[in-house]
Design a protein around this ligand. Structure first.
Ligand SMILES: Cc1cc2nc3c(=O)[nH]c(=O)nc-3n(C[C@H](O)[C@H](O)[C@H](O)COP(=O)(O)OP(=O)(O)OC[C@H]3O[C@@H](n4cnc5c(N)ncnc54)[C@H](O)[C@@H]3O)c2cc1C
Length: 489
């Protein structure tokens, strides 16, 4: 039996390990935390259960396919609920709109925001559907080790269908004019790490995912996905070792022979590195075996990091939905402060998740569980004073938008930002979602999954192919396992 070691028990690491378990091999996953999930860990405090990272369950087909591959179904592990409305957006203190789950109602909403725009939306979503189909069938499972993988007439034609070379904002402005509609359509890509003028229009597939495939919620919280995936992996005899900090990948004659974790050497025939790519390269591998230089990393364009507040409130908050976007301030200014002149924003765009609206198990009865997220530039100097300023800014705005007092009812509050991402996940510049999805950082232009200097080492996770997000990380783990299969068998 071959022995494979996986570093990191996030979505990519667990997915990779489960796929490897189908080969004739023993798989051990090492993670520095006491439980799995990586950026999607959870914690419990004062009767509240907080998901620490992801909160949007999009692209349910990817989750279903993961479990199906092993003869199981999502419903064997957790119960999904489709949210209706999918989310709501505050455009100002007097204007908010809910985005319904049903397409016909979304068309009606578009007619209100921009007369005669529902036909444009039909066309926009039809193109989004085509992009989703092409991307999910032809592109997303490619290891993208070389541009040659794309030298195929059918794929080149498909690349044009994807609008790879058109900017997202240019593309959407062909369909719509109203600034609220454009904001609504741009929000998914903002959280993917780019502005509309830098992100390929291919990502309008996210709008299709949003409006047609829907926004779902695993009852019990997002951590249910992690638990389900870990349980499946254990059924397949994957071994998990927690509280293990990998200090070194030992390499001899161009081959990784094992790792050193908590001072102990573990032998391996191959290694999958699913912790942050930059950290693995710059800290766990001797300089002569690194694929990329520090200069290379400095030139990468990072997705935003973020400031998160996990908040417990001892009353219900009227007017909130499960997902809430506060676009009541000048987002262009905030975008500048994220991407162009990194600085702490005064009046940021904010995302608030209130899972206790859907799920009574995540807060004591009659209380509200809030997850407040403010995108910030990765690498920004992080300190308590700035965090607290933004806390007050956001909570006061929330009080105005929902027309009630909330601050005196906060009974639990914890903040989390760049310094925490760097400390907990060894995240380069304290990044939250890896690299920006710009054209120059897409597919074969992303950090590669293999390293010619170390023949049996494969990288996976949100900093490599296909990119950030839970679905992408699960797919990345699957690709990594296929690469290991080619190397070992
Ligand atoms: C705040 C936030 C909100 C998000 N929201 C969404 C969302 O709503 N929907 C969505 O789809 N995606 C979302 N994402 C993105 C998604 O969570 C990530 O893309 C995904 O979880 C990344 O998984 P991963 O396996 O690549 O990495 P990680 O989850 O980072 O896992 C890597 C693991 O390796 C461990 N590790 C690091 N160094 C070592 C070491 N030396 N030894 C041992 N272990 C080590 C880390 O601690 C971590 O546990 C969000 C991310 C964040 C941060």
């Amino acid at each position: 039996m071959k022995k494979v070691i996986v570093i990191g028990a996030g979505f990519s690491g667990i997915a990779a390990a489960t796929h490897i378990s189908l080969l004739d091999s023993e798989v051990i996953v090492f993670d520095n935390h006491s439980h799995p999930g990586g950026r999607a860990r959870k914690f419990e405090k004062e009767g509240f259960t907080f998901d620490m990272g992801p909160s949007w369950y999009w692209m349910p087909d990817v989750f279903e396919n993961h479990f199906k591959h092993f003869g199981r179904a999502v419903s064997d592990f957790y119960t999904l609920k489709r949210l209706d409305p999918s989310y709501q957006i505050y455009f100002s203190s007097t204007e908010k709109h809910s985005i319904p789950a049903h397409l016909n109602q979304i068309f009606k909403l578009f007619e209100i925001l921009e007369p005669y725009s529902s036909n444009a939306l039909k066309q926009f979503l039809a193109e989004g559907q085509e992009k989703y189909k092409v991307a999910m069938s032809d592109f997303v499972f490619k290891p993208s080790l070389s541009i040659k993988e794309y030298f195929d007439l059918r794929l080149l034609k498909a690349a044009f269908k994807l609008h790879m070379f058109t900017a997202f904002s240019k593309y959407t402005s062909r369909f719509f004019k109203d600034s609220r509609v454009l904001k609504l359509l741009e929000f998914p890509i903002l959280f993917l790490g780019g502005t509309g003028d830098q992100t390929p229009a291919m990502y309008s597939l996210m709008n299709y995912a949003d409006m047609v495939l829907g926004t779902w919620y695993p009852m019990g919280g997002m951590f249910e996905i992690v638990s389900g995936m870990e349980k499946l992996a254990k059924e397949k005899h994957v071994l998990f070792k927690y509280n293990e900090t990998v200090e070194k990948i030992v390499i001899k004659n161009g081959k990784a022979t094992g790792i050193i974790s908590n001072g102990v050497f573990y032998e391996a025939d191959a290694i999958i590195a699913s912790a942050d790519y930059h950290y693995i390269e710059q800290n766990l591998i001797a300089p002569e075996f690194r694929k990329y230089s520090t200069k290379y990393w400095e030139k990468r364009k990072m997705s935003p990091s973020c400031l998160i507040f996990y908040i417990g409130v001892n009353k219900k908050i009227d007017g909130l939905e499960h997902h809430n976007l506060m676009f009541d301030t000048d987002f262009n200014k905030h975008a500048q402060q994220i991407y162009n002149t990194p600085s702490w924003p005064e009046d940021p765009a904010v995302y608030i998740c209130a899972p206790s609206i859907t799920d009574p198990t995540v807060a004591p009865k009659g209380y509200e569980n809030l997850f407040v997220l403010i995108p910030l530039a990765a690498g920004l100097s992080d300190n308590e004073t700035e965090r607290e300023k933004l806390y007050l800014n956001v909570m006061k705005r929330l009080e105005i938008l929902t027309n009630q007092s909330i601050l005196p009812n906060v009974i639990y509050k914890k903040s989390y930002a760049m310094n925490d991402f760097a400390k907990d996940y060894n995240a380069f510049k304290g990044n939250a979602y890896g690299l920006s999805n710009t054209l120059l950082q897409t597919a074969f232009l992303k950090p590669k999954m293999t390293n010619k200097k170390v023949s049996n080492l494969v990288y996976t996770g949100q900093l490599t192919v296909p990119g950030p997000g839970i679905p992408s990380s699960i797919i990345s783990g699957n690709i990594a396992a296929q690469l290991i299969k080619n190397i070992l068998f």
